[in-house]
Every structure is written in C-alpha cells, then in structure tokens.
Design a protein around this ligand. Structure first.
Ligand code: ARG
Length: 287
C-alpha cells in the first residue's frame, strides 16, 4: 500500500477536504535575536537567551516552509534590532500594495523603514502609514475581509486607514489580555479562501462585542483552549491544508486534524521568550 493510500481518509461533512496553496512569505533570520527590553509580558530581559538556538529553531521553520513549496524571501537582519525576526509586524501586504508598519514602541520603530525599503526594492507600492500599526501582527485577511486587532499595539485609526488603502471591509476586534497583545497571538486564519473562510481563536482574548462578532461571522470556528494559547499555539500559519503550529499545542493539533487539516509542529521555544511564534516570523506577500 502506498503512503497515500494509508493516509487517505474519506472527506465527509465533519472532515471537509482542505486544499493547500503554496505561499510567498518574507522572513528574517534571528541572527541578532535577544531579549533586552520588555514590551510584552512574555519578555524578561533578566533571563538568558540563546541566539544560536533561536537561529537553529528558525531554520527548521524556514526548511519546513520550503518543503511545503513556499517561496520564502529573506530580509537582512539588522544589528541592534533584536525583534526584527518577527517579520509579520513589518507591514501588511495585499496584491501589490504594502501598508507600512509604524511601531507602538520606540525600540522597534527603526524596523519600519527597513521593511519598507525591502518591499519598495521588490516593486511593491508602499503606503506610508499615518497611524500606529504593527502590520500583519494585527491585520489578517480572511476571504475578502480584513480582521483588525487593537487594544495594545495597532490603533483604531490604522483600521480606518487600512479600509481606505484596500477598499475592503475591516472588522475591528478588541484584544483585552496583555499576553495576547497582537491579533495573530489570539486568532489564526486556517482557510482564507473566499466562501470557505475558517479561523481558530481564543475567545477570552477578546472583549464581549468582538466575541459576539466572531461568533456571528465564523460560527464554525475552532475555539482553542487557554493551555494551547499559552504556548502561542494560535500563532500559526496555514496554507489552507498544512497548518504550522507550536509543537506544544497538542489539543489544537488534534482539533485541526478533526477539521481535515494537517498540523505540523515546530519548536520555537527560544523565540517564545520574545513573545512570538510561527506566525510572528512570517509575513505573507499575497501577490
Ligand atoms: N517582541 C515582539 C514585540 O513585542 C514580539 C512580536 C510578535 N509578533 C507578532 N506578530 N505577534 O513586539
């Protein structure tokens, strides 16, 4: 029996057939990774960090993406910018338009021009932001709709700006738990295909209005428990079938399998010390 025969299981109403689409992503090797300031509750500058371990763990994520057929682009890491590895925060990109980041904390502000310059060099039309926003950390495209987080980093003014820039519906979601300070730490897009939108999230990370909105818009969403969220399990990246997640998010992996996805675990424990995981290291270039 071939491997395919062994793995094949009938698609059913409970286990929908999922379709992968190879992605183009931008990443930044954590050569200068460290925790030297504290801008989220995960960060403790008093604890030791191991930069070479961070690089090895990140390399594993990089190789996994390449193995999935992704086009992985790289931006040069800059000394003195220890959080630059979290490429998701560098911009938000749909089509040829890149909406630049404007970081909430001064420690990360110099990353914004570096990402903008890279995107410009690749031929993207880069829109300079007026409002504070941390790129794909707080903006996620699901179908035709942009989900936008606020509460800790990106301002509500940036949500209005994004709506203008892309001429799309933007749903504002308010984050209330400081441990889940970016939208991509509390909500994962599993299928972004219009008409088949599917997400996973941690309900208590959102205020009551946002929870009601999510329940109404995504009634079939996977609700993730606190233990899996606490290892940043929701900070995941999906190609529509393969979902790359923190290897310690075991229940979430099981939920994903039950919903017809293939969960692929990676250990980014070192980057978790900075408050980031799989998705934080990944900026999707949707061209
Ligand atoms: N230390 C970084 C910060 O606090 C982590 C960013 C994580 N990125 C993300 N997309 N959630 O800004």
């Amino acid at each position: 029996m071939s491997i395919t025969d062994q793995e094949e299981e009938p698609a059913s109403a409970e286990r929908p057939l999922r379709t992968p689409r190879a992605r183009t992503v931008l990443m930044c090797r954590p050569e200068h990774f460290d925790v030297v300031y504290r801008i989220n509750p995960w960060m403790n500058p008093g604890l030791p960090t191991d930069t070479s371990l961070a690089v090895r763990q990140w390399d594993e994520l990089y190789r996994l993406y390449v193995g999935l057929g992704f086009d992985v682009r790289l931006i040069e890491p800059l000394a003195g910018l220890p959080d630059m590895v979290y490429a998701a925060n560098g911009a938000f990109v749909i089509g040829n338009i890149a909406y630049g980041a404007s970081f909430a904390y001064p420690e990360r502000q110099p990353e914004a021009p570096a990402y903008r310059a890279w995107l410009r060099g690749e031929g993207f039309e880069v829109v300079a932001p007026r409002a504070v926003n941390e790129g794909e950390g707080d903006f996620l495209l699901v179908g035709e709709t942009i989900l936008a987080g606020t509460g800790f980093r990106s301002s509500s003014a940036s949500h209005r700006e994004v709506a203008e820039v892309y001429g799309r519906e933007v749903l504002t979601l308010r984050l209330v738990d400081p441990s889940f300070y970016h939208l991509d730490t509390a909500l994962a897009v599993l299928d972004d295909t219009p008409g088949r939108e599917h997400i996973a999230y941690l309900p208590p990370a959102f205020d009551a209005d946002s929870r009601a909105l999510l329940a109404e818009r995504y009634p079939d969403a996977i609700l993730v428990d606190g233990d899996d969220a606490a290892v940043l399990g929701l900070n995941a990246f999906s190609d529509g079938y393969h979902v790359v997640i923190a290897s310690r998010a075991l229940d979430f992996a099981r939920q994903l399998r039950d919903h017809g996805y293939e969960a692929m675990g990676v250990d980014l424990s070192e980057l978790l010390l900075g408050g980031g995981g799989v998705k934080c290291c990944t900026l999707e270039l949707r061209r």
